[in-house]
Design a protein around this ligand. Structure first.
Ligand code: PMP
Length: 378
């Protein structure tokens, strides 16, 4: 027998948590709790013949990070009535037309129309002209608004730590000032938590929290489903109202299988205290990597937080010349010794260390020892 929430309880939760663009077909919505072939059953065991299969989504979810960001951008444009979007150079936000426009690396742009997108100077503490001075970079956001738009923008989108871009931590102090400038121009602030979110930074559950800002829209994917195609857009009820003006439809978005996977991920994160693990083991790993930097000249920078760490290889520490070939060799050596690590950044010279959140201290030691040997072999 069914012992889940009643139809009334579900209706109440829907009204509270889900997109207002979702409409009911019936005056008294059904609570379908079981399905077999062409038959569906409600909570009282009543059977219905399903002549509308596949249109069963009730939830405001997407299937990928790209879709989540596309939707967020669309909502910002609808809400503000403006078109211009500001994103950071070196960012990655997806591969559909809007998100590819917002993405700011030539490696990820293919014949895209760059309409209404402005790329702000990247607040990159290692390679940026202003070092770690967030305030100086934020001036560029103001200038883009003043000199590149009507003075009104739809929104600003940014990761807290650029993932594809090579684990670049946005300079401290930058986001509060950038958010402020964007809000003064009527825009919404979107936090792309697709890669950095879901406890990965360790100290907080979300990357934006480490900067002390509160976004208007948060997009998520990747870690939310731990391999299952699931993405989501979270915003305030007021902003969500815009989707009553332009309904958003997504066949597989919010399907029961993937959302059950998402719920399971949340439970495991909690039960296994994985955020705490990311915090403790991540700090230990970063510390050990810093030790490695003292030994190997080729390591130009060690950065990141929790389990989102980057090690940038350069052939000259002063000139910061990207060690593109060396990193490939080191990756091969590490693979031969049984360690798989990511690589990225605009020049492809950054180790991207983003392990599963269950990574242990012993794993961290093994990882660093293997990297040490691999770099010694160069
Ligand atoms: N935003 C960020 C920060 C990402 O890292 C990615 C994927 N690399 C995306 C968006 C796009 O997500 P997806 O690949 O699920 O479309």
């Amino acid at each position: 027998p069914y012992d889940g929430p009643s139809a009334v309880e579900i209706a109440r939760k829907r009204a509270e948590f889900l997109s207002p663009s979702l409409f009911h077909f019936y005056s008294k919505p059904l609570n379908i709790v079981e399905g077999k072939k062409q038959y569906l059953y409600d909570e009282h065991g009543r059977r219905y013949l399903d002549a509308f299969a596949g249109i069963a989504t009730v939830v405001f979810f997407t299937n990928s990070g790209t879709e989540a960001n596309e939707l967020a951008i669309m909502m910002a444009r609808l809400y503000t009535g403006s078109h211009d979007i500001i994103s950071l150079r070196n960012s990655y936000h997806g591969n559909a037309s809007g998100t590819m426009g917002a993405t700011a690396q030539k490696n990820w742009k293919f014949n895209v129309v760059q309409s209404g997108v402005h790329h702000a100077v990247n607040p990159d503490p290692y390679r940026g002209a202003f070092g770690p001075d967030g305030e100086k970079y934020a001036r560029d956001v103001k200038e883009i608004i003043e000199f590149g738009t009507t003075g009104h923008v739809a929104g600003f989108i940014s990761e807290a730590i650029q993932g594809v871009g090579g684990i670049v931590e946005v300079a401290p102090g930058y986001l509060p000032l950038a958010y402020d400038a964007v809000r003064k121009a009527g825009g919404l602030c979107i936090a792309d938590e697709v890669q950095v979110g879901f406890a990965r930074v360790g100290s907080h559950f979300w990357g934006f929290e480490t900067h002390g800002v509160i976004p208007d829209i948060v997009t998520m994917a990747k870690g939310i489903g731990n391999g299952i195609p699931l993405g989501a857009v979270v915003t305030t009820p007021e902003i969500a109202q815009v989707l009553t003006r332009r309904s958003y439809f997504n066949t597989f978005g919010g399907n029961p299988l993937c959302t059950a996977g998402g719920l399971a991920v949340l439970k495991v994160l909690d039960r296994e205290r994985l955020q705490e693990n990311a915090f403790i083991v991540g700090a230990y790993l970063k510390d050990r990597l810093r030790g490695l930097q003292e030994k190997h000249q080729i390591i130009g920078d060690v950065r990141g937080a929790g389990f989102m760490l980057g090690v940038e290889l350069v052939t000259d520490r002063q000139l910061k010349t990207p060690a593109k070939d060396e990193i490939c060799q080191a990756m091969e050596h590490m693979k031969d010794m049984g360690v798989l690590v990511g690589k990225g950044g605009f020049y492809g010279n950054v180790f991207r260390i983003t392990p599963p959140l269950c990574f242990t201290k012993e794993d961290a030691d093994f990882f660093v020892d293997v990297m040490d040997i691999a770099l010694s072999k160069l």
